[in-house]
Design a protein around this ligand. Structure first.
Ligand code: BV8
Ligand code: ZN
Length: 243
């Protein structure tokens, strides 16, 4: 099911970049942002995942993240995440960029992960910026307060907020230089992440998309695999092992 063109590129010396989105975690049981089982149907993520929503209703937004953190703490990586660990070991120059905040790539054993949108496990103070990995104290208040008195928020990138500069700069750099770019389980509509495959293509990369449906990116891709990441990636990892 892989084209000869892609098979001939799957060599250790090729520079590979992978971009993942919520679709790679669905088979672990994490609902996507926009699918029919999208998070919290009554709200659009764009309405809840914003600083304004948090300031106008900190309890609601904090509870939403607590609900998601609990859900994520109970799920485990799926074959798609594990295949990417094998690919990281196979290619000398491999970068994994994720839009996800669920930490499942790290849980699966991926060593180098560029987290564009932060990590749902981490919190930070909106006043002094101090970061708190897991909640180091069980404060009764919702949301909890920092030692400086400031309110804590999830350390994720909300809509309208800048992405961590180091992460997005590195992501653009490696995407512009790679030989193969895999866009996996993302609807490719959230910017600036959605621009990365375009930059890769402009840099001469072979663009591969893996998704259960076609997206805005499909027409630009050199190869589109329509199907589940948890089934397709192990196939690709198998071809690599036999290479
Ligand atoms: C920025 C963290 C500006 C939070 C996330 C108007 C007003 C304000 C901003 C904008 C605007 N118009 C445009 C923007 C920019 C905005 C944007 O792009 N909006 C979109 C909606 C148009 N972007 C931003 O605001 C970004 N910041 O631009 O800053 C700025 C500029 C200068 C100076 C100051 C500021 C910040 C974006 C980051 C937002 N945070 N997450 C949280 O998680 O709570 S984004 C959120 O969406 C998640 O990270 C998610 O990963 C991401 C992208 O969605 P996907 O991952 O693609 O998930 P989705 O559900 O959409 O798709 C899943 C896909 O998987 C589907 O295609 C499905 O078919 C597929 N799938 C399902 N199952 C499988 C599968 N594929 C394979 N196998 C399966 N089994
Ligand atoms: Zn503080």
């Amino acid at each position: 099911m892989l084209s000869q063109a892609l098979k001939s590129l799957l060599r250790p010396d090729k520079r590979v970049v992978v971009l993942t989105g919520a679709g790679i975690s669905t088979e672990s049981g994490v609902p996507t942002f926009r699918g029919e089982d999208g998070l919290w149907k009554k709200f659009k993520p764009e309405e809840l995942a914003t600083f304004d929503a948090f300031i106008s209703n900190p309890q609601l937004v904090w509870e939403w993240y607590e609900y998601r953190r609990k859900l994520i703490s109970e799920v485990k990586p799926n074959p798609a995440h594990h295949s990417l660990v094998k690919m990281e070991d196979f290619f000398e120059d491999f970068h994994l960029i994720t839009q996800n905040v669920d930490g499942l790539h790290q849980k699966a054993g991926s060593k180098k992960v560029i987290e564009l949108h932060g990590n749902i496990k981490r919190n930070k103070c909106i006043k002094c910026g101090r970061e708190f990995e897991e909640l180091e104290f069980s404060s009764k208040e919702i949301p909890p307060k920092c030692t400086c008195g400031g309110m804590l928020r999830p350390d994720v990138v909300w809509f309208g907020e800048m992405l961590p500069a180091q992460a997005i700069n590195e992501a653009f750099k490696v995407s512009s230089l790679c030989d193969i770019f895999f866009s996996i389980g993302t609807s490719a509509i959230v910017y600036p992440a959605a621009h990365l495959p375009v930059v890769a293509k402009q840099g001469g990369a072979y663009l591969v998309e893996i998704n259960i449906e076609r997206t805005e990116l499909s027409n630009l891709a050199d190869e589109v695999f329509l199907g589940k990441a948890g089934e397709i990636l192990p196939e690709i990892a198998k071809v690599i092992r036999e290479a």
